[in-house]
Ligand binder design. Structure first.
Ligand code: ZN
Length: 264
């Protein structure tokens, strides 16, 4: 089927309904959903129905995916766009799920020495700029069981997808009109620099030192904290915590998303 025909069919195809029993089982499975108001739960359910209709799920590494797992992943992926809108999940289709950590071959190019090294990495999640989101189910399940321990792999990978939506993975996602790009860059840069200094001095940091890898990893890690341990984020990086509360809580009607691109 051609792409335009598929898009046309999707646009008019009704999203699959999530049955009450399945939905209630998901809500009962994790305290993550206890914080949502009644309206937010209704909105999340509608987003999940669209997610399940628009995205494809495939299992890898011998994993056997079931409907409850797909629904849980859909809910975790839609939470970050609960207020931003479903259009913020545009530009990619595929979710690949491994049973646990998965191994990828990586090339690393050292800018100073010019040396390229290659090696295997064990990952729990990965988001390709224009490709799939890849997840370890074991880690998603842990996030559902312990939603406030400071880690949330789906929130992390969706943050990368939000970051990529404006064409550059640089730690600055497509912003709603209520947030000025300059305010975002200033707050993120100074918090990132402070973390980088602390890591370089060998100090223990409450924010995962992996965030010091790059501006895009910093945005993904603090997004994880926003959803899984906002108190730590507010203590360690109050300006960033306030900004993320505005970003993830921002209401951006889908019709205004295109207009906000001029804010880049
Ligand atoms: Zn990352």
């Amino acid at each position: 089927m051609t792409n335009w025909l598929r898009r046309l069919r999707e646009a008019f195809a009704p999203a699959p309904r999530i049955g009450d029993a399945d939905w209630n089982a998901l809500l009962a499975r994790s305290a993550l959903f206890d914080r949502l108001g009644a309206d937010e739960r209704v909105a999340l359910r509608a987003l999940c129905e669209r997610f399940l209709a628009r995205k494809t799920f495939s299992a890898a590494g011998g994993h056997v995916l079931n409907d409850a797992e797909c629904l849980a992943i859909a809910a975790l992926a839609c939470l970050p766009v609960l207020h931003l809108g479903f259009d913020h999940l545009a530009g990619w289709r595929e979710v690949i799920v491994y049973p646990g950590e998965f191994r990828v071959r990586r090339e690393h190019h050292d800018e100073h020495s010019g040396v390229v090294t290659e090696g295997d990495d064990e990952l729990i999640g990965e988001a390709w700029e224009h490709g799939p989101v890849i997840l370890s189910w074991a880690d998603v399940a842990t996030d559902l069981e312990r939603p406030f321990d400071g880690f949330n792999v789906v929130a992390h990978e969706i943050a990368h997808k939000l970051d990529a939506l404006d064409g550059a993975m640089n730690g600055t996602p497509r912003l709603p009109p209520s947030i000025a790009r300059r305010d975002w860059v200033e707050a993120m840069q100074s918090a990132y620099d402070a973390l980088l200094r602390a890591v370089e001095r060998g100090r223990e940091t409450a924010i995962d030192p992996y965030a010091a890898e790059s501006a895009d990893e910093y945005f993904a890690v603090v997004s994880e904290l926003h959803f899984s341990d906002p108190a730590t984020l507010a203590r360690e990086a109050p300006a960033v915590a306030a900004l993320l509360a505005r970003f993830y809580g921002a209401r951006a009607p889908e019709t205004s998303v295109a207009a906000s691109r001029s804010d880049r």
